[in-house]
Design a protein around this ligand. Structure first.
Ligand SMILES: Nc1ncnc2c1ncn2[C@@H]1O[C@H](COP(=O)(O)OP(=O)(O)O)[C@@H](O)[C@H]1O
Ligand SMILES: Cc1cn([C@H]2C[C@H](O)[C@@H](COP(=O)(O)OP(=O)(O)O)O2)c(=O)[nH]c1=O
Length: 212
């Protein structure tokens, strides 16, 4: 029986997902909850190997191969890490999940091609695990570009994509949120401190934990 809570954070690069993941983990742990903080692509040993290939591989994969590789990583992560943690009644916080595949590969790379969106839905259905709550963090591209320049990490394949790609991703995430309003909450992070964003998300998670 699964009884934990599965929470995902989504959005483009630099919106504050990993910052919020860390703040949420610390805040929930300090209230006595058992928390697993993880991320995709990656999160299990095998999936971290696939992450290297996806983000820094030397040869571009065809679109469907790229989608299947993201899902290969995701199945390993779910089977070996996420499902066992949920069965152990933990709160799982995950930086990105299937919504990222829909936004990046489905809306970004495939420009919303229905056949590609359907492939992603079929794979997601086989996974048989949907997040209980998803927070879509949003900020205008000018803001996230500035933040990423400050962060100064090496850019991967996706961060180097052109601006049209990033605009399609943002619109794609929006479309997913509109289709699944019960699961997904949009949170604006541009003009708010990390702490303000954190307390809003904490409030929603705690309310879900107390009301089911
Ligand atoms: N609410 C915020 N206000 C200002 N800067 C922020 C905020 N949230 C995150 N940052 C900064 O923006 C950068 C990107 O944040 P990060 O959490 O790494 O984003 P992501 O994981 O979504 O790529 C980091 O330098 C972080 O300190
Ligand atoms: C999970 C996932 C990530 N990605 C991309 C989005 C990111 O550009 C990249 C790495 O994610 P991440 O490490 O979260 O980068 P960032 O901190 O910059 O947001 O992988 C996909 O294209 N499809 C997917 O299914």
């Amino acid at each position: 029986m699964m009884s934990g809570l599965f929470v995902t954070l989504e959005g483009g690069e630099g919106v504050g997902k990993s910052t919020q993941l860390r703040l949420l983990r610390d805040a929930l742990q300090s209230q006595g909850y058992s928390v697993l903080a993880t991320r995709e692509p990656g999160g299990s040993a095998g999936a971290e190997d696939l992450r290297q290939l996806l983000l820094f591989g030397h040869n571009p994969l065809s679109l469907r191969a790229e989608i299947l590789t993201h899902f290969a990583a995701r199945f390993d992560h779910v089977d070996q890490v996420i499902r066992p943690a949920l069965a152990d009644n933990q709160i799982v916080l995950c930086d990105r999940f299937t919504d990222s595949t829909k936004a990046y590969q489905g809306y970004g790379r495939a420009e919303g091609d229905p056949a590609v969106l359907e492939l992603i839905d079929v794979l997601q259905a086989q996974l048989n695990l949907v997040p209980d709550m998803t927070f879509l963090l949003e900020a205008p591209r000018e803001v996230t570009r500035r933040r990423l320049a400050v962060r100064g990490v090496p850019t991967d394949r996706y961060e180097q994509a052109d601006e049209g790609f990033h605009a399609r991703i943002a619109a794609g995430f929006r479309a997913i949120a509109q289709q699944q309003p019960a699961r997904m909450r949009c949170i604006a992070t541009a003009d708010r401190t990390e702490e303000a964003v954190n307390s809003q998300i904490m409030k929603e998670i705690l309310s879900r934990l107390s009301h089911g």
